[in-house]
Design a protein around this ligand. Structure first.
Ligand SMILES: [Mg+2]
Length: 258
């Protein structure tokens, strides 16, 4: 039996529309005895909202099975004074972090979402404040640095460009807390008590999911849903151990390749 990490956005659903066969695949993977953990880079909803949303889409996911980036931020930044440019929804999950408007030890950036709140969080004023804090010596962290994500309307511009912009302006390098950082995958394997070399990562993103997990020696499966693009895979040096049409075919595929 395997330890399997499942990405959420683009693997289980796209913009809240479940991938056909995904809920059933999760049930069958469990029935076959595999240990599952759901690993998401989503930074725009709280853990409770995410679990409720997944349950509402027909996925049986328990609170403790969902690994969020906010939890990784708390692990890394507990007790620090942090200027957080993040969506309001996850602020409640940043327990133990002291959120400040100035005098920060850390500047933390989250991801964008499909609402106008993104305009406020990443306003010129906020980005300029973040730059000023970096100039005063604060360290730069980000929950992720995704370039874009897949919505039902097509690719949408994400906040990775703001991370890159602050790096450029302040001459610093950001620490990434979510995927593809090795510590994020290592924490997920540890939670399943799994040796990374024996564990699988299933995702729709060649960089965040596949290359990230391979970085700690995991085996990887890429799904042809969500942000999957055939030409990206054809051009890339990173290659997954398997490519499948969707998570719907994972239960059979994994039995053949264990
Ligand atoms: Mg994804």
């Amino acid at each position: 039996m395997a330890a399997i990490l499942l990405d959420v956005d683009g693997v289980l659903h796209v913009s809240g529309e479940p991938i056909p066969g995904a809920a059933d695949a999760v049930v069958r993977l469990r029935k076959n005895g595999h240990r599952l953990r759901f690993v998401t880079n989503t930074t725009t909803r709280s853990r409770a909202q995410l679990v409720t949303e997944l349950n509402g889409l027909g996925f049986e996911v328990a609170d403790e099975e969902l690994q969020t980036v906010a939890a990784a931020a708390v692990d890394a930044l507990k007790g620090k004074r942090v200027l957080a440019l993040t969506m309001h929804a996850i602020v409640g999950d940043l327990e133990g972090i002291e959120l400040v408007g100035e005098g920060a030890e850390v500047v933390l950036l989250g991801g964008a979402d499909e609402t106008p709140e993104t305009n406020l969080v990443f306003s010129y004023m906020n980005l300029a404040r973040a730059f000023a804090e970096l100039e005063l010596g604060a360290e730069l962290y980000c929950l992720h640095r995704n370039r874009w994500w897949q919505t039902k309307h097509g690719p949408q511009f994400d906040a990775g460009a703001y991370v890159a912009g602050l790096e450029y302006a302040a001459g610093v390098e950001a620490v990434v807390l979510g995927k593809p950082s090795p510590s994020y995958f290592a924490a997920a394997c540890k939670a399943l008590d799994a040796d990374p070399h024996m564990a699988w990562m299933v995702g729709d993103d060649l960089d965040s999911d596949v290359a990230g997990a391979q970085g700690i020696g995991m085996k990887t499966v890429l799904v042809r849903t969500g942000k999957f693009r055939p030409d990206t895979v054809e051009r890339a040096r990173t290659q997954p151990d398997g490519i499948i049409s969707s998570i719907g075919s994972l239960p059979e595929w994994i039995e053949e390749h264990l």
